[in-house]
Design a protein around this ligand. Structure first.
Ligand SMILES: [Zn+2]
Length: 394
């Protein structure tokens, strides 16, 4: 019997097709579909199709079954005619969108497993000195980044932080938020039908700066050019709204205690004893680290783009085979289990390399240059990541 390796996209398209045929009636269609631009990415040959307008849910379902896209997108914006050239459409507004991606989180160990794989000689490398494959000198070497459970937990914390600020500082309601696991390395939050729907790009840039604390000067909290008495007086109250209060509360928490045990007077007294006995540089550096901790790590380019197309919920991610999954309760959500929707049908693959993985509460690997039979969702994940190929016997 001869072993035949199946092309990546051939296998993925077949698997996606099977999934969509079974799931299509349950697919949740985005609200106000006819007003949104639709786009999709095809499997090999890879091609991006944009500026589509779909009149009905039926048209969307037909498109998915007919094209079986590698990725499917919808605009956050609403237009009079989404299929018209972009400068001829009337822009009617856009959902607020936020993207928290592992790539935008400050470096910490074990948020991602990353390594390089050469598609030509099929070798794997932990590090790369230059852009060429150290073995065959090919320039097509690819970096593979796999989100770990810890990494996705960190993204989740950012989402929780974001929702709290949107609620408290912008008066948005939890009911307005839709949170999704992106299907790969992060979370998306969209706000539909709010008063901010018609906010233009300058507003969205300001909003992003506010959330990321871009341009926020620490001397608004503590200014070394004024006397200690003035510093105490100027230091924000923990009961203050917005960022100033948040800074103050975090400072108290990290320095002496919980602010709820104090009133304004006792708070200022404690502050006096801290400020008069500490070095100014130390105070500033602790405030700078609070700033780093509190800022929300959104991808600013996503939030400020009012014409962006965005991965559609309930559709599969071509890079993992996981689904963009709506999160009902963020505390209980487990992305590497809840976003697994493909079958566990035994699937034979040849794995070039895979680190130890966790999917659906089960560990797989590590594997290196071996043939192995795994559940379809694990096989698809590895194939989509470019780490394995399915095997057929002929
Ligand atoms: Zn190579």
């Amino acid at each position: 019997m001869k072993k035949v390796l199946i092309e990546k996209d051939t296998f993925l398209k077949k698997t996606f097709k099977k999934y969509y045929y079974g799931f299509i009636t349950k697919l949740r269609v985005p609200s106000r579909l006819p007003e949104r631009e639709i786009g999709y990415l095809t499997f090999s040959p890879e091609r991006m199709v944009r500026h589509l307008a779909l009149k009905s849910e039926g048209e969307l379902r037909a498109l998915i079954l007919h094209e079986v896209p590698k990725a499917l997108y919808y605009s956050s914006a609403y237009y009079d005619d989404p299929s018209a050239p972009i400068n001829e459409r009337i822009w009617k507004g856009a959902d607020l969108i936020f993207d928290i991606d592992l790539d935008h989180l400050p470096y910490e160990e074990n948020l991602m497993t990353s390594f390089y794989i050469c598609p030509i000689c099929k070798n794997m490398f932990d590090n790369l000195i230059n852009k060429n494959c150290p073995n065959c000198n090919s320039q097509t070497i690819e970096e593979v980044k796999i989100a770990t459970k810890k990494g996705l937990e960190s993204c989740k914390k950012e989402i929780i932080k974001l929702t709290e600020i949107l609620e408290k500082d912008f008066g948005l309601l939890k009911d307005n938020f839709c949170i999704y696991f992106s299907g790969k390395r992060g979370y998306h939050l969209t706000v539909e039908g709010s008063k901010y729907e018609i906010a233009d790009q300058p507003f969205r840039i300001e909003l992003s700066d506010y959330l990321t604390l871009n341009g926020f000067k620490i001397n608004r909290i503590l200014n070394e050019n004024i006397s200690i008495e003035q510093q105490i007086h100027q230091f924000p109250s923990p009961w203050e709204r917005g960022w100033l209060g948040r800074f103050s509360r975090e400072y108290i928490k990290s320095t002496f205690s919980d602010f709820i045990n104090h009133d304004e007077d006792s708070f200022r007294k404690i502050l006096l004893s801290i400020l008069s006995s500490s070095k100014h540089e130390n105070l500033l550096s602790s405030l700078e680290s609070i700033k780093k901790r509190l800022s929300v790590k959104i991808d600013v380019a996503v939030t400020t783009d009012v014409h962006r197309i965005f991965r559609m919920p309930d559709t599969l991610h071509g890079g993992t085979g996981l689904v963009k999954k709506k999160v009902d309760e963020i505390d209980k959500f487990s992305p590497l289990t809840d976003a697994v929707v493909l079958s566990d049908e035994p699937t034979k693959i040849h794995v070039l390399y895979s680190p130890k993985l966790e999917l659906k509460d089960t560990f797989y690997g590590p594997y290196k240059n071996e043939d192995i039979t795994l559940p379809e969702y694990v096989a698809t994940f590895l194939v989509a990541m470019g780490l394995a190929q399915t095997i057929e016997n002929s």
